[in-house]
Every structure is written in structure tokens, then in C-alpha cells.
Write a protein that binds this ligand. Structure first.
Ligand SMILES: [Zn+2]
Length: 338
């Protein structure tokens, strides 16, 4: 065989192999979850965030009268400090957090088959707009619409930047304490639990609550801080707690489905991956509510159930001043003082 023919054969073989590898890789990318999992989700018309939140009939206030997300702290404290209703023997509370869940995801509720939000509303619950970022839109925000400041504002009841949590990766001092520590240490309740899969909460050297976690462990305080590998792990941890006879009095958990998918492919209702993130979060929330209602002592327990988010998102990120990032929500099985 001529040398030039040999070279030609080798070149062709290389092109063929590269083509096959390319096809395999490409088909892998294409099998990414871009399919709509719930019928009708592909028919949601595109509209601005403002138009979308103004179209939501279930909300009891407007985005202009949204309440600060710091109110979560007061709602939970008031619940535990109020008298037990007749026939009840113990108070319990759970905060089901959907990280990075835009408020306009509520447009999807009409198509939901298995939804914690729908379940609470159908049972006489309430939904209001809230806001993150320190002040309501359109005034310029004083706090990043980021994860650590958002959840920290709810757990402490003050804007987190005022206590030194201006962004992710800034450990808070032990004081002021989160509700998880405060309620147990002050003997308002017997136990609390914090279930997450994002290591930025308390699993790294520079995580937000790393000092508080150490303090809790060193002082034998009955509060569990558990970080799972992913949302499935968080779900398992929460269900194990809810299915145990002496479940934690106060449970605070965050699911990453919406935030994770928003960052990878965009925070938008026109994006099936983001929509499916909401489906996964709200369906998992419904599983938690089912587990609560199935508790043998449910009739004797006075539960406060809250669903909320730390911030919204725009394009493929959050942290900034847009309305899409700042207007959040609180859904509760009990009335929300405004
Ligand atoms: Zn977040």
C-alpha cells in the first residue's frame, strides 16, 4: 500500500472514531431532563414576573404590601409561645424551604397533582407575598438576594447583613442565636432539627452556622444539624424524623431542586428543568405533610406548617436587585399576621 493511502486510512479512521464519540456525548447531553413532567406545564404563557405575581388569586396581599421574610422568625416564636388549643398536648413546627423558588411558580399550581402548597390552601391555609433583600422592591436592596443571608434572616428575625452575614461563606457568631438553638436552649421546646444538603449552611469551615453547630455539640443541646448528599438524602432524614414517635419539635429544612436547576439552565417557567425542580420540591413537601398527618399523635399535636423560599432568581442567577429575585412567599396552615 502506498504511504499516502495509509495516511488517508488513518485520518479517516480518526474522524470516524471522533464522530462516534461526539454522537455518544451529544446524545447524552440531549437526554438531559428537558421533558415536561406534568401535563399542561408546556402551555403556560410567557409573561413578565410582575404580571405573573399580579395574576395569582390565592395571595392575601399584593407584592407591594409584601411582608419581610424576617417575619418567619416571629411567626414561629408566636406559635410556640401561644397557648395550646383545647385537646392539644404539644406544639410542633416545620419550615419547608424551597431554595431559589420564584413566586411565579405558583402559576403551576393549577396543574399540580401532588402539591404541598395546594394541600395547605385546600385545608384552609394562607398564602402571602414576602420579600428578601432588606427592603421591598423597587427601593434598592440593602442585602444580597443570596442563600445564606436569606435563610439567616428567617432563622434570626433580623436582616442578616446587620449581623454580619452579607453573603455566602461568612460564619455567623453564636450570638444572635438561630431559632433552632434559641428555642431549645431557652427551654421553650425540647428539640430541633436542621436538614439540608447545601454544605454552605454548616458543613464547611466558612459555612454560616458552623460556630453554632459546634456550640450545640459542645453543650449537648438537643438540636440536630444534618447535611445529606442531595435532596433525596434530605427527604430521607426529614421523613425518618417525622415518622419517629418523638419527632423534633421544630424542623427547618431546605430543598435545593429549584435553586440547582435554576442555576444550571435558568430560573424560568419556560424552562422545563426549572419547572420540574418546582414539581420535585412541592411534591416532596406534600410527602412531608402526609407524614405529619399520619403521625399516631397527630390529633394531639398543634402543628405550624410553613413553606417559603430564600430568594427568587433571574436568568441563571440571583443575588441582585430585580423584582424576580426579591419577591418571595410564605404559605402557612395558620393565619399569617400582616
Ligand atoms: Zn438560595
Amino acid at each position: 500500500m502506498k504511504k499516502s493511502v495509509k495516511i488517508l486510512i488513518i485520518v479517516l479512521a480518526v474522524i470516524l472514531v471522533a464522530g462516534i464519540i461526539g454522537l455518544v456525548v451529544h446524545s447524552k447531553v440531549n437526554t438531559d431532563p428537558t421533558k415536561w413532567t406534568v401535563e399542561g406545564d408546556d402551555q403556560i404563557p410567557e409573561m413578565s414576573f410582575e404580571e405573573a405575581v399580579e395574576s395569582l388569586d390565592l395571595m392575601e396581599n399584593t407584592w407591594q404590601t409584601a411582608i419581610p421574610q424576617t417575619e418567619i422568625y416571629n411567626i414561629i416564636k408566636d406559635h410556640f409561645n401561644s397557648e395550646l388549643p383545647e385537646g392539644k398536648t404539644v406544639k410542633k413546627a416545620i419550615v419547608i424551604g424551597y431554595d431559589g423558588c420564584r413566586a411565579d411558580n405558583f402559576r403551576l399550581l393549577a396543574n399540580s397533582k401532588h402539591s404541598a402548597i395546594n394541600e395547605l390552601i385546600a385545608d384552609g391555609g394562607h398564602a402571602v407575598f414576602s420579600y428578601c433583600g432588606g427592603v421591598n422592591y423597587p427601593e434598592k436592596n440593602i442585602q444580597d438576594t443570596s442563600t445564606a443571608p436569606g435563610w439567616c434572616s428567617m432563622l434570626i428575625g433580623q436582616w442578616a447583613n446587620e449581623i454580619g452575614v452579607t453573603s455566602n461563606g461568612q460564619p455567623k457568631e453564636i450570638e444572635p442565636r438561630t431559632l433552632l438553638l434559641e428555642l431549645v436552649e431557652d427551654k421553650v421546646i425540647d428539640s430541633s432539627a436542621f436538614y439540608v444538603s447545601w454544605p454552605g449552611h454548616f458543613s464547611k469551615k466558612n459555612s454560616t452556622y458552623v460556630n453554632e453547630k459546634t456550640y450545640i455539640e459542645q453543650n449537648g443541646i438537643n438540636s440536630k444539624f444534618l447535611c445529606a448528599g442531595n435532596d433525596a438524602g434530605t427527604t430521607e432524614n426529614v421523613l425518618e424524623d417525622l415518622n419517629s414517635a418523638d419527632c423534633s419539635d421544630f424542623i427547618f429544612l431546605t430543598l435545593e431542586y429549584t435553586d440547582h436547576n435554576g442555576h444550571s439552565t435558568g430560573f424560568s417557567l419556560q424552562n422545563p428543568k426549572y419547572v420540574n425542580g418546582f414539581r420535585n420540591a412541592d411534591g416532596t413537601g406534600a410527602d412531608f405533610i402526609e407524614a405529619i398527618k399520619a403521625r399516631p399523635d397527630y390529633d394531639k399535636e398543634d402543628w405550624l406548617i410553613l413553606i417559603t423560599t430564600d430568594h427568587g432568581g433571574i436568568n441563571a442567577s440571583h443575588g441582585g436587585p430585580s423584582m424576580d429575585e426579591r419577591i418571595t412567599f410564605i404559605v402557612s396552615n395558620k393565619e399569617i399576621a400582616q
